[in-house]
Design a protein around this ligand. Structure first.
Ligand SMILES: [Mn+2]
Length: 350
């Protein structure tokens, strides 16, 4: 945790401190696992402010932080530090909360937006984070293998989603990364079609996009299978997405622009005539949150770096027909992509 705080402090000017209010950043910088807290980090001190329900937990988890009971020490918290500018998280703080906390500043201090600065260190995962994400992804792989044996005609999308979720929790997941996507038949043309009571039919594409949280870190993967025999059009779409996906993974190099990685996959899909059917970005980073930076989007000029953990998930979606998405989670190490997902990617016909 100290090395994360050191990284943050390097980015803060001498007259800047940060006031952290979001669960992901509280957890990242202090290890505290409740969202009912604030962190105040200055160049000279580290404080965690929480209520009496959590002060013991905060002392155990947030090593190196001085624990402040909100009922006793919050009013004068900012008088403990000398910095002029106190950065807050504009993406996570309501206008009302901002007003209440701003009123506690001492004379001469100013409350300013610093979300990007606060989030930045999280873009490069350390070894300990990569291990947890890899473990979470492994649970996903095992869940996929398990659920393949449960998919058949007449079973509903929701039953398959529940099978995945139950399995992942049994393997040690504490939560889901997001609502499981289980979309079959023409519903698979919806990139984020959540599970319904629709029964799976012969000839359906079935897209499963799911992930779990393990020790505070998310996983994310997608596989599309065909129930019964795939027809020629299904095979063509599937193989185009697969080629785009594997080519993009092979192309990833540290130092490359994120937009270029997106471009590699997009070109293959566009050349096959499906450019209009791939509406979303190629991928997003994953960590404490399911959507982090940087992302492989056509507009992102950020550079790929060692320690980035990002999904590679091209798709083709055809209204009235169905869709395919294949998603792996990769980590950039020694300048290239290492795949954390090991589920098979050749077309599975069930
Ligand atoms: Mn994803």
């Amino acid at each position: 945790m100290q090395s994360r705080i050191d990284k943050l402090c390097e980015k803060m000017h001498d007259n800047e401190a940060v006031f952290i209010s979001s669960y992901p950043n509280i957890f990242y910088y202090s290890g505290f696992t409740s969202e009912d807290a604030y962190l105040l980090i200055s160049h000279s001190g580290k404080y965690i402010i929480t209520d009496s329900r959590y002060t013991i937990q905060a002392r155990e988890q947030a090593k190196g932080f001085e624990v402040i009971d909100i009922a006793k020490g919050f009013e004068k918290i900012f008088s403990r530090i000398d910095e002029k500018y106190i950065g807050f998280e504009e993406s996570y703080m309501s206008v009302g909360e901002n007003k209440r906390i701003r009123a506690k500043l001492k004379d001469g201090q100013d409350f300013v937006e610093m979300q990007n600065l606060i989030n930045k260190p999280r873009e490069i995962k350390d070894e300990c984070e990569i291990k947890k994400i890899a473990e979470a992804e492994k649970i996903g792989d095992m869940a996929f293998e398990y659920v393949l044996g449960r998919i058949k005609e007449g079973v509903t999308e929701r039953e398959i989603a529940l099978d995945l979720e139950f399995f992942m929790k049994k393997q040690g997941a504490t939560a889901l990364s997001f609502d499981t996507i289980s979309a079959s038949g023409i519903r698979s043309a919806m990139p984020h079609g959540i599970a319904t009571d629709k029964k799976i039919e012969n000839g359906d594409f079935l897209t499963l996009d799911f992930g779990c949280v393990f020790e505070g870190y998310c996983s994310d993967m997608t596989r599309t299978v065909v129930v019964g025999k795939a027809n020629d059009k299904q095979k063509e779409i599937y193989n185009t997405v697969l080629k785009a996906q594997t080519t993009a993974i092979d192309a990833i190099k540290a130092g490359m622009k994120c937009s270029e990685v997106d471009g590699v996959a997009r070109k293959i899909i566009t050349d096959a005539g499906y450019g209009e059917n791939f509406g979303h970005s190629l991928g997003h980073s994953v960590g404490i949150e399911i959507h982090e930076n940087p992302s492989f989007s056509p507009k992102n000029n950020a550079v790929v770096q060692n320690g980035n953990v990002i999904t590679v998930e091209p798709g083709i979606y055809i209204d009235g027909f169905g869709g395919v998405r294949i998603e792996d989670l990769i980590v950039v190490q020694n300048g290239k992509a290492v795949n954390l997902t090991s589920s098979p990617k050749e077309l599975i016909e069930i």
